[in-house]
Structure formats: structure tokens, C-alpha cells
Design a protein around this ligand. Structure first.
Ligand SMILES: Cc1ncc(COP(=O)(O)O)c(C=O)c1O
Length: 398
């Protein structure tokens, strides 16, 4: 039995129909997973079923009302907004001149691979981790070096000694996901210092993907890698407004580089590829990083915290399933090893019986085998329904 969590009505309770809008999460659920569009629950792709703050909508409406869609003047306003946002929310102040505006962060990652490594070089990932990293690295003809995180109790921790032994000298770059998708960890200062030291020991460019940094659970404090001593000369920061404000379709992200040599190499690849952002992305991102946007994010974080509690209680009531404590992100990583069932049987219950589309663990690399990732950024009624369906699909175990 799931205990009822007290609930104050919220703007995030509104169910906005997304089916039939050409969105990946709802419109590809049936073709990809066979989960019926009619009454399936889409809990996979990492975007939210919420409207962004009104300032974002107003920025788009201003563009549409003007009705001329020529070239934008540049990225200065956005870059300055990024600098202010990071100062106010995360205690570091990027120089606006150090911000590159890419076509999103998968694009930013791809340019890093191009700029800092050669074909055949190794790029280190700490797995399980966001799946597009490996895809981009392999597509560029580089080698993915998977360093597996250790499961300690309920959470992932680094194992630098084991990883030191894995290095061959062919590695040139590492990508850290901080906060961690899919494990939901907010890495501690000591852990981040460990990664900085690891990068130094093996002479790696350290790419820190902090796209989830605004979406911490109440009480958790994300520490930007820029706040770790002695790493600035090898550091590339990735941040974005797209996860925070649910505007991933705007395809806009920030690559922030303080070191002049790393910056020049990145600028050269950006130039060679002719990459520049669209006026829509710039307008949306700049509007979002505002006082209204900040208040909206805080309300959102509290709401996601409520969803997480409800989901965790529901999962804990199914013997053999456990969800990792979520310190950040809205992505719950659920371990089904304790069920003693094959993945096919678990998926039959989750996808066919419960009709829920989720991300499969192996996509995230080594260590992901017996996990499923559930996206909780949806109105609470849907999280409740998902819990009810899961409990019914595993009812024989209770
Ligand atoms: C860690 C991480 N980086 C990057 C992305 C995607 O970034 P973008 O949409 O800007 O390409 C995601 C999306 O889930 C993510 O989790």
C-alpha cells in the first residue's frame, strides 16, 4: 500500500496533451517500445510534460508577433544572462566572452571530441552514464573507455584506484556527468577533487557536463567543477537552459572555456563547422534566465521532490525493486536485480502489462544491465498511475 503524500495543487498538475505534436517522448513510444499511444505512460526521453515559465512563451510570442525571422544580432545577451545565472545560482561567474553557444550539448560534446582528440584516441566515461556521450564518441571514430562506477549501498561512488589501472596512455579526454544522469548523484567536493586529480594524473581534458545542475532536490547543493582548485587549465564546462526550463526543442547549449588554448581549439572547430544558434533558442534561453524563471525553477524542484517521494514509496513496496536516492535530476534509476527475473520478463511486466515506456539500463553502458530509468517530470497523477500499474504488474510478489 502506498501512503498518500499530502499535496497542494500546483501549476505542474495540469495534464497537457502532447500526443500528436511530433514529440519524441509520446509520439515515438509506440514505434520504439510497442507501448500503446492510447493509454501508455511515456517515462523515457528526458524532457518534462510541463509548460516552461511564461516569460519564455512571451519571448516567442514577441518574435511571432513581429513576424520577420532574419539573422539574430549575436549571442551577447544570452552569454551575459548565463554569467548572471551562474553567479546567482551556482556561485561562479563565467566571463561572457568564454561562452560558446552550440546547437545543444550533444553538439557541444561532439565538437569537444573533434577539438581535443584524434581518431583512435580514448575518451573516458564513468558508466552507467547518459547514452549520447558514447554514441558521439564512437561515431567520431574514437574509443569509448568505460570506467564503471561502484555501487556502494544505494548509490554510485567513484573508484579511482581501479580506473588508474585501466588507463593505457591513449586517453585524451574524459566526460563527467555532474549531477549524474542516470544515478541522480550530486557529487561531493571530495569526489569532484578526485576526478580533477584523475584528469591531471592522466593528462586528460576534463569535460564537465552540468546540464542537470539547476535540478537539485531541496537541500542538495551542486558544486560546479570551476569551484575545484587547480583544474581550470584543462576544464570545459557544459551547461544549458534546456533541461532546467523544458525547452530542449530549442537546441541550444553553452560550452564555457576559461583556458585560452582550449578555447582557441574549440573556436576553430565551431568556425570550421559554421555553427551558430537560432533566434528562437536565443530568445527562449535569455528570457528563461530571469527572476521569473528562477522562481519557476524553485517551484518545479519542490514539485519534483513530491513526485520522487511518491514514486520511491511505491517502488519500495515492491519486493526486489529499489530506486536510487535522487539527489538531482528527475530521472529515477531503478534496480531490478533483487527480483531474480530476466530483463525480458521485467520488461514484459513494465512495458506490456503496466504499459510504461522507460529507458533500458544497458544503453547507459557498463553497469546498467539490471536497471530501468523512469522519468518523473510529469503531473503527479501520472506518477500515481505509474506506481499503481507497476504494483499491479508485480502483484504476485507482494
Ligand atoms: C547529461 C546530459 N547531457 C546532455 C543532454 C542533452 O543535451 P542537448 O539536448 O542540449 O543536446 C542530456 C539529455 O538528457 C543529458 O542528460
Amino acid at each position: 500500500m502506498t501512503r498518500q503524500t499530502p499535496h497542494t495543487p500546483s501549476r505542474f498538475d495540469e495534464i497537457v496533451e502532447r500526443r500528436g505534436t511530433d514529440c519524441a517522448k509520446w509520439d515515438l513510444m509506440e514505434p520504439v517500445y510497442g507501448v500503446p499511444a492510447e493509454d501508455g505512460l511515456a517515462m523515457w526521453v528526458a524532457d518534462m510534460d510541463f509548460r516552461p515559465p511564461r516569460v519564455v512563451q512571451q519571448a516567442l510570442e514577441r518574435l511571432a508577433a513581429h513576424g520577420i525571422y532574419g539573422y539574430p544580432a549575436g549571442t551577447r545577451a544570452q552569454d551575459e544572462a548565463v554569467s548572471r545565472w551562474m553567479t546567482e545560482r551556482h556561485g561562479w561567474t563565467p566571463d561572457p566572452d568564454h561562452v560558446f553557444t552550440t546547437h545543444g550539448l550533444v553538439n557541444g560534446t561532439g565538437i569537444c571530441v573533434d577539438a581535443y582528440t584524434d581518431p583512435g584516441d580514448g575518451v573516458v566515461l564513468f558508466t552507467p552514464v547518459y547514452h549520447a556521450f558514447a554514441r558521439v564518441i564512437r561515431a567520431a571514430g574514437r574509443e569509448v573507455v568505460e570506467c564503471e562506477l561502484t555501487l556502494e549501498g544505494d548509490s554510485y561512488v567513484p573508484d579511482f584506484e581501479a580506473w588508474d589501472a585501466q588507463m593505457t596512455g591513449r586517453e585524451r579526454m574524459m566526460i563527467l556527468c555532474s549531477p549524474h544522469n542516470p544515478g541522480g548523484r550530486v557529487w561531493t567536493r571530495a569526489e569532484l577533487e578526485g576526478w580533477a586529480a584523475f584528469a591531471k594524473r592522466h593528462d586528460l581534458v576534463l569535460v564537465s557536463d552540468e546540464i542537470h545542475c539547476d535540478l537539485t532536490m531541496p537541500g542538495q547543493e551542486h558544486l560546479a567543477m570551476t569551484r575545484i582548485e587547480g583544474v581550470a587549465d584543462r576544464l570545459v564546462m557544459l551547461t544549458a537552459t534546456t533541461k532546467t526550463f523544458n525547452i530542449a526543442g530549442a537546441h541550444i547549449g553553452n560550452v564555457i572555456i576559461a583556458d585560452p588554448e582550449l578555447r582557441a581549439r574549440f573556436a576553430s572547430r565551431m568556425g570550421a563547422l559554421g555553427i551558430s544558434p537560432s533566434s528562437f533558442g536565443l530568445a527562449m534561453a535569455t528570457a528563461a534566465m530571469s527572476a521569473e524563471g528562477a522562481a519557476w525553477v524553485d517551484e518545479l524542484r519542490a514539485y519534483l521532490d513530491g513526485n520522487r517521494r511518491l514514486f520511491d514509496e511505491g517502488i519500495a513496496a515492491i519486493p526486489g525493486l529499489r530506486s536510487m536516492p535522487l539527489e538531482a535530476t528527475y530521472l529515477s534509476w531503478v534496480d531490478f536485480e533483487g527480483l531474480g527475473m530476466s530483463r525480458d520478463e521485467v520488461l514484459e511486466r513494465v512495458e506490456t502489462q503496466a504499459r510504461i515506456a522507460v529507458n533500458h539500463g544497458p544503453t547507459f553502458g557498463k553497469g546498467g544491465d539490471h536497471f530501468l530509468r523512469f522519468n518523473l517530470a510529469t503531473p503527479r497523477a501520472r506518477v500515481k498511475e505509474a506506481v499503481k500499474r507497476l504494483q499491479a504488474a508485480f502483484a504476485d510478489l507482494q
